[in-house]
Write a protein that binds this ligand. Structure first.
Ligand SMILES: [Zn+2]
Length: 179
């Protein structure tokens, strides 16, 4: 929704920020255009109230999750592939609620990529709008319960909600001493 063919090859963060400033001139935005990992990623998450993860690869998703678990921050995770979307809300108290790694292990064979499978372009827009709603609700104190996975089936025009359980052998939860 934020990009046009003229933006191909440019920095996504910069293009998105410029587009959002056009939509809402009162908004304050700062962009980070280098790859964040390890301590730098945790530091960036620590300065945030909420993290929205809409990235396109699982290596990044696991790292962002681990940083949110370490920093104790709300994680709103959205993804889309083919005609399916997912929205899940995690934390911020990972001592009692599950994390993204409780839902998906790195060895899971079901971890598909959009590049290999394609995605119907409005589906990420639906999920992205839902992520924005959840972030604004969190700031407004109208909080959704975490630990629910919402599945959007665009082919059937149906939503399904599943409870996410804490995984006993989750390495991210174990790292903060959560049971
Ligand atoms: Zn976990």
């Amino acid at each position: 929704m934020l990009y046009t063919p003229a933006d191909v090859g440019k920095l996504k963060a910069e293009i998105a920020a410029n587009r959002l400033r056009t939509i809402n001139p009162d908004i304050e935005l700062s962009t980070i255009t280098q790859r964040l990992q390890d301590d730098a990623l945790v530091a960036a998450v620590q300065t945030s109230d909420v993290v929205l993860d809409g990235c396109d690869n699982f290596a990044t998703r696991f790292q962002v999750n681990d940083a949110c678990v370490t920093a104790g921050r709300r994680l709103i995770s959205g993804s889309a592939i083919r005609l399916e979307g997912q929205l899940a809300i995690f934390g911020p108290d990972f001592n009692v609620t599950p994390c993204y790694r409780c839902l998906y292990a790195e060895a899971d064979e079901s971890l598909d990529s959009c590049a290999g499978n394609g995605v119907l372009s409005p589906v990420p827009a639906v999920i992205g709008a839902m992520m924005a709603v959840e972030a604004l609700k969190y700031f407004a104190g109208i909080d959704s319960k975490p630990s629910i996975l919402r599945l959007y089936d665009a082919a059937a025009t149906e939503f399904q909600s599943l409870k996410i359980q804490k995984r006993k052998d989750c390495p991210a939860c174990a790292a903060i001493g959560a049971k």
